[in-house]
Design a protein around this ligand. Structure first.
Ligand SMILES: [Zn+2]
Length: 133
């Protein structure tokens, strides 16, 4: 087991949101490190059970739980997403479905869905919790 407390973040590949998700995880849970698993439009990929998302759930997530002892999952969607170009309302639906899917793996103690959004300047975007399982 690695030293330190890990969480697992299921995030978009978009470079505008990874630091914000990590800092939110640090502020809200007792974690030192985040294993960040990324795909373009991760919320949609998990919600729609794409083949790419199967690798994330079946292989990557288990490396994080079994190798690093992660018990906390954060599922991220964000506004202005090139990989999932839908309305913020649709993102929230995808985040809820994606969170349900990660919770159904039964490998985490808590699974939180968050949405990252704000004005046209991504530096001002904020993280908001959408759901928790
Ligand atoms: Zn994105």
């Amino acid at each position: 087991m690695s030293e330190g407390n890990f969480c697992t973040i299921f995030n978009c590949m978009d470079g505008r949101v990874q630091e914000k998700a990590f800092l939110w995880a640090k502020d809200n849970f007792n974690i030192d490190f985040a294993d960040t698993l990324t795909l373009p439009g991760m919320d949609k990929q998990l919600a729609e059970n794409t083949p790419e998302s199967d690798y994330v759930t079946e292989t990557m997530a288990k490396i994080s739980t079994e190798g690093h002892g992660s018990r906390i999952a954060i599922v991220v969607g964000h506004t202005s997403c090139a990989g999932n170009p839908v309305t913020d309302t649709e993102h929230e639906k995808d985040i809820q479905k994606a969170t349900d899917r990660i919770a159904s793996l039964n490998i985490f103690d808590v699974v939180v869905g968050v949405f990252i959004s704000g004005d046209e300047d991504p530096k001002n975007w904020e993280v908001r919790e959408v759901c928790r399982k």
